[in-house]
Design a protein around this ligand. Structure first.
Ligand code: ADP
Ligand code: MG
Length: 457
């Protein structure tokens, strides 16, 4: 079998064994260079792919290769940078871009003014993993068939995890596919200020007329509607007008509709009336895949250990991972040298929560006690005193969410409380969190203290 044919056959099988995103990330631009004396030489586009294939996929590749060609006994990997036309073209653009290192974080994309969309965000550069699969699939479906699949589409998830990217990609794709459709992206904060200003200037009717012409309304961060009664009212009418004429509505928020405080019930039920998809946290492998894709986009070839370090250190926010990469890019620009692990650690020192800042039982107990002005011991004793019951439930809840402790193990820590008590406590907090604004704030503050290195006397 010719090398190329053999490799195609291998890839065809590997596709069944790895996720689509991973396949695209790790196996793009790989090929068999030679196959002699039982030794196959595979070329990879960069050191990172090489490392990853040889460490993680070697067994799988070997197994498949061997099943296709019994003579194959071992695999070696080399790096060969591919230079197809497209890459060469983006390179020129990058060279131009890198003239001023201070501007490197600013993107050089032309905003689509009419729709208020940034073409930088598209589906092609959006990595999919189990953490965002559902949201991605729903957004994609909407972009193919606006107004008829999921309406409204409501996407929620924590900061820096891709909500804006996904919303904008959806808008961009619709603009591309449906020239006649009027797409409009709003950040909710902007929408609120537009409404307030137009009311003040007696232009609200004009504004409304314009808004009612929209075919695809994209509203980012609708949690900011909280407490804005007048805007909520206008938005409610706009929503209904568009919805009734089968216009597409796409919304995002940092929490599910139920958990948005001070949101009119009628609006909440509209939000819940279509498709709700969440984005959670990417797993390690997906974080690596995202980093790798960003490196390619930015034209930097960092070592495996550097990317591994970033992926291990920044777990909860893709924007922060990008920020880390940008720092390394600036370093390279200024020093004309690709940062190694040691330099990376120094450069990212204040970005990365060091392992010593990760939390533990003692710290959770201390922090919760301090927050509520109690002694740690108070939290552990058995009592029904109201001022203690709640903090104790919060402590149990945090042990569960932050340390993933089992219910029985939490129970043992609290003077042998039965695990059903622990389950009750955790569920109680979870349930209350959905509607109790104050509790949300408290727990957020406690979390901040847990992780910010907040000093405990
Ligand atoms: P959010 O709106 O949820 O706070 P963003 O959409 O602004 O988050 O994402 C933060 C950054 O991370 C953006 O630069 C975005 O391009 C990038 N990003 C987020 N998710 C992905 C993903 N799945 N693949 C590639 N880049 C992503
Ligand atoms: Mg956003």
């Amino acid at each position: 079998m010719a090398n190329e044919e053999l490799w195609q056959a291998v890839l065809a099988q590997i596709q069944f064994n790895v996720s689509k995103a991973n396949f695209a990330t790790w196996f793009k631009n790989t090929r068999i260079v030679s196959n002699e004396n039982g030794e196959v030489l595979i070329s990879t586009p960069n050191s990172f792919s090489k490392e990853w294939l040889s460490n993680k996929y070697n067994n799988l590749i070997l197994k498949i290769l061997h099943s296709l060609d019994e003579a194959v006994k071992t695999i070696n990997y080399i790096i060969q940078t591919p230079l197809p036309e497209k890459v060469a073209k983006t390179k020129t653009k990058k060279e131009k871009k890198e003239i001023n290192p201070n501007q490197m974080e600013l993107e050089e994309f032309e905003i689509n003014q009419k729709a208020n969309l940034n073409p930088r965000y598209n589906f092609d550069n959006f990595i999919v993993g189990s953490f965002n699969e559902l949201a991605h699939a729903a957004a994609w479906a909407v972009s193919q068939n606006p107004g008829s699949t999921y309406n409204p589409l409501f996407i929620y998830g924590g900061v820096g995890l891709g909500k804006t990217h996904l919303l904008q990609a959806t808008g961009n794709r619709i603009v591309e596919n449906f020239l006649e459709k009027k797409v409009k992206y709003f950040s909710t904060a902007h929408f609120v200020s537009d409404i307030i200003r137009s009311i003040k200037n007696h232009e609200i009717e004009n504004l409304k007329m314009g808004l009612h012409q929209i075919d695809v309304l994209i509203m980012d961060d609708v949690q900011f509607l909280a407490g804005k009664e007048k805007t909520q009212e206008e938005f409610f009418h706009l929503f209904n007008t568009l919805y009734e004429t089968n216009k597409q509505i796409v919304l995002s928020s940092d929490r599910p509709p139920k958990a948005i405080p001070a949101l009119e019930e009628r609006l909440r039920s509209r939000f819940e009336g279509g498709m709700i998809a969440d984005i959670s946290f990417p797993d390690f492998e997906t974080r690596l895949a995202i980093l790798k894709a960003k490196c390619e986009e930015k034209g930097i070839d960092l070592s495996f250990e550097v990317l591994e370090y970033i992926a291990l250190s920044l777990e909860q926010n893709i924007r922060e991972m990008e920020g880390a990469l940008n720092r390394l890019l600036i370093f390279r620009k200024i020093n004309n040298k690709v940062p190694d692990l040691e330099i990376t650690k120094k450069l990212l020192y204040n970005l990365v929560a060091s392992p010593s800042l990760s939390t533990n039982f003692k710290k959770i107990l201390q922090t919760v006690a301090q927050f509520f002005n109690l002694k740690e011991q108070n939290l552990l004793v058995s009592t029904r005193r109201k001022e203690i019951v709640r903090p104790r439930q919060i402590a149990m809840y945090l042990l569960r969410t932050e340390l993933k402790e089992s219910y029985p193990s939490i129970g043992r820590k609290f003077k042998g409380k039965d695990h059903t008590t622990v389950i009750y406590s955790c569920e109680k907090i979870e349930k209350d969190l959905e509607k109790d604004n104050n509790l949300q704030r408290e727990i957020n503050l406690i979390r901040q203290r847990l992780y910010s290195g907040f000093s405990l006397k």
